[in-house]
Design a protein. Structure first.
Length: 558
């Protein structure tokens, strides 16, 4: 808050009655009525009238408005309007923007209010689950009443999600962003090179404000990434991509993966229910119903009996169609029914395709000795890197007990992908895997190659500055849509700001597979549409990942 926005109690007291007449805004009678009615309506929702009026005012504006203009036209205190604007921003009803070369902040009403509906749905779903949990406890009429209410609210949530899904699927593509280097215009829909509604990737916000990416192009039921179902005309030439965070599993591998989430972070099965359902081609309603009983039952919905086996040739063909020349496939030390680890299965399955599928063996840090054995065994079997997810293990990778693990990785020049930044496991501290973890490991083990998974979001700036201090640190931004990076408040501003300098050679593209279950090509196109120089786009999509592989391979040859 600036000096001229000092708050006084009278500034924050909601006005009542008609729109103040002290402002200079020339409102028609119908406009003034609309603004006042919006204030009264939102007051019934728990907002101050002043906040509702500001929302009504912004809805009528065609361009972003600064606080000075609001104060002048509405005749209300600037400090009160500042508070109201921040309230609306917190509810994603408005967004803030800035002007080039100016520190002045403008506000505009957003047009994608489906986000608000889905955030509300997340809370409504929790309410529904609480009602459902009371059914077995109640008796008689009370039991029937609880069951009826739970069914009613669950139906409301499902219908709202379906409505928003249809809305987003039919929405036009976002406007093109200006770029310092000219780019060819997007072809009209239906022409070669255009994005069909099926290949666009709509987004749903999760309850904590992180974008949960979903797609309506369902994945085949054999564990491969989403692919084009039928052969069509030759696809347009795509940029080369290296996916720095992919998951390549068969049915047993996916079950091991989902079970690990259910046992250690069941919140993921809830928050990402839509993504999981779409990736595996399952009924979202059936999944939610099963999840309300047991998470194991929900996993069974995703992985029913009779799934086709994993088809490596089909997977590679799909990757080629999408322009993916290589991928870093993340494994795990979880055991499969046949006694092998997921790492062992993955290394054996892709043995003949290791030039395209680089296996990064997953290790658990629950036991230092077991972790070291997994590193040594995976390295001997041909692993190209390591993968660590601290919040699933509940351990701090910077604990000195794990120093031998990092020393072994550094000695072998095995890059380590480390989950960093936000996670949803309520039983685990936020700091398990952050830029501070990366900083500590990089300082102690100078030869260690580290990849900050998800770029440490939302602490992207700190993660990037950590990379500035340590030449072995890289960032990859899987699970996050490139098209959102240029939006104010996205948290990705530091990455774009430093794209031509510090970030140019340290950032890599990734998908996380099921989080973005649609085709990889459109995701790469989104990155290319950002206001970035062409050489930066190429470096982020493939060049930096290729350089990391070459750096590691050179050490092995030495």
């Amino acid at each position: 808050m600036t000096a001229d926005e000092t708050m006084h109690d009278d500034d924050l007291t909601p006005d009542s009655g008609p729109l103040p007449s002290t402002g200079s805004g020339e409102f028609s009678a119908t406009e003034a009525s609309f603004i006042s009615e919006m204030g009264s309506l939102m007051e019934r929702w728990g907002f101050p009238q002043a906040t509702g009026r500001l929302f009504g005012y912004l809805l009528l504006r065609n361009k972003p408005v600064d606080l000075d203009t609001m104060t002048r036209e509405l005749g209300q205190a600037k400090s009160g309007l500042s508070v109201a604007a921040r309230q609306l921003e917190a509810w994603t009803l408005v967004r803030r923007t800035t002007r080039p070369g100016s520190r002045r902040i403008d506000y505009e009403a957003v047009g994608d209010l489906q986000h608000l509906l889905l955030v509300n749905n997340a809370h409504m779903r929790k309410f529904t689950e609480t009602l459902t949990s009371g059914v077995p406890v109640a008796r008689g009429e009370a039991r029937d009443r609880l069951a009826s209410l739970a069914e009613l609210f669950n139906g409301y949530v499902e219908q709202t999600e379906a409505l928003v899904a249809d809305w987003e699927a039919a929405a036009p593509p976002p406007p093109e962003l200006s770029s310092p280097s000219p780019r060819p215009p997007r072809p009209p829909a239906g022409e070669p090179g255009s994005l069909s509604p099926e290949s666009r990737l709509p987004e749903l916000p999760d309850p904590d404000g992180v974008i949960v990416n979903v797609s309506y192009d369902l994945a085949p039921r054999n564990g491969t990434a989403a692919a084009t179902a039928e052969a069509g005309p030759a696809a347009p030439a795509r940029r080369s991509v290296v996916d720095a965070c992919s998951l390549v599993y068969d049915g047993a591998g996916w079950r091991a993966y989902l079970n690990r989430l259910g046992e250690n972070a069941p919140e993921y099965l809830d928050v990402f229910s839509a993504s999981f359902s779409r990736y595996f081609g399952a009924s979202h309603a059936a999944y939610r119903e099963a999840l309300a009983v047991r998470w194991q039952d929900a996993v069974d919905v995703l992985l029913p009996p009779g799934r086709p086996p994993f088809d490596l040739a089909a997977h590679l063909a799909d990757r080629q169609r999408q322009g993916v020349k290589a991928e870093f496939a993340m494994g795990s030390a979880e055991r499969l029914p046949d006694g092998r680890t997921v790492n062992a299965w993955l290394l054996e399955t892709v043995r003949e395709a290791r030039d395209r599928i680089h296996v990064w063996a997953g290790i658990s840090l629950r036991d230092p000795a077991d972790a070291l054995r997994e590193v040594e065994g995976s390295l001997a079997a041909g692993a190209s890197g390591l993968c660590v997810i601290p919040f699933l293990d509940g351990t701090d990778p910077a604990d000195p007990r794990f120093a031998p693990v990092w020393d072994a990785a550094a000695s072998a020049r095995l890059p380590v992908w480390l989950h960093t930044g936000h996670h949803f496991a309520r039983s685990r501290p936020t700091g398990l895997g952050s830029w501070r973890t990366v900083e500590t490991l990089a300082a102690r083990h100078r030869e260690l190659l580290l990849v900050a998974g998800h770029a440490g979001w939302p602490d992207v700036r700190e993660t990037l500055l950590t990379a500035a201090r340590h030449p072995g640190v890289h960032l990859e931004f899987s699970s996050h849509r490139p098209r959102h990076m240029a939006k104010p408040g996205s948290g990705w501003e530091p990455l774009l700001h430093h794209a031509r300098g510090l970030a140019r050679d340290r950032v890599m593209f990734g998908t996380s597979t099921w989080v973005n279950p649609g085709p990889t090509g459109p995701l790469a196109d989104e990155l290319a549409e950002l206001p970035l120089p062409d050489d930066v786009v190429t470096a982020w999509l493939s060049g930096n990942a290729e350089a990391l592989v070459a750096r590691s391979a050179a050490a092995h040859r030495g």
